[in-house]
Write a protein that binds this ligand. Sequence first.
Ligand code: ADP
Ligand code: ADP
Ligand code: ZN
Length: 216
Amino acid sequence: MRMVLMGPPGAGKGTQAAAICRRYGVAHISTGDMFRAAMASGSQVGAKAKAYVDRGELVPDDVTIGIVRERLSQPDATNGFVLDGFPRTVPQALGLDELLAGSGLKLDAVVLIEVPEAELVRRAVGRRVCPRCNRVWHLEFNPPPEPGTCSCGGELTLRPDDTAETVRARLAVYRERTEALKDYYAKAGILRVVDGSGSPQEVEALIAGALERCSE
Ligand code: ADP
Ligand code: ADP
Ligand code: ZN
């Protein structure tokens, strides 16, 4: 299984990617998580990404394609992967096709999770993340066992870019730059659009159904 999970900020990509990776035993590759880890470690990539991530803008394509190229070359990705939040621009999609073609591979499916805008803001603003294990919770929709603390014991944090203002900026970027990918993957015949407004379990079932249809 080699697939892309697309969708606006807060749509549930990370939540669903984790479920798909458990189900199929493939690698979860989140460019957002990779940029946050790079920023936390103070690496060169982190320094390049920071100003963009803080403002809710896209990190330049060359930097982003570079980290994905490196990540896909790691052994655990040879079994398959779910790309979460990449590609986000047409040049990134072209770059990905090129990377895969270089190894004689291609994508099996692109699943687009659609959620109404008001709900996206509620999901993102109430999101709390564990810096220790990367697990994602929600104050209302998926609360941790103890307020403020992850099941691993880590202290939950609010992502600095999950303020209502920055979420709206990220949504605008999504409409301007990322939505065009819908056409790109529809033309390739691998796009599956899923209604993401139900519960995580409902969305998981819809995605599983969409993926089955891909392998027919
Ligand atoms: P994305 O990776 O697309 O930004 P996440 O998976 O991080 O989205 O989900 C955003 C927030 O919404 C998280 O706090 C998550 O717990 C919550 N969430 C995810 N899926 C659902 C859902 N189907 N219904 C309600 N809340 C959800
Ligand atoms: P969300 O889960 O809410 O959609 P992510 O965690 O995927 O957000 O991404 C957080 C930030 O990381 C983005 O706003 C952007 O600055 C940067 N980023 C992540 N993926 C990409 C990408 N494919 N291209 C450019 N920037 C990216
Ligand atoms: Zn944790």
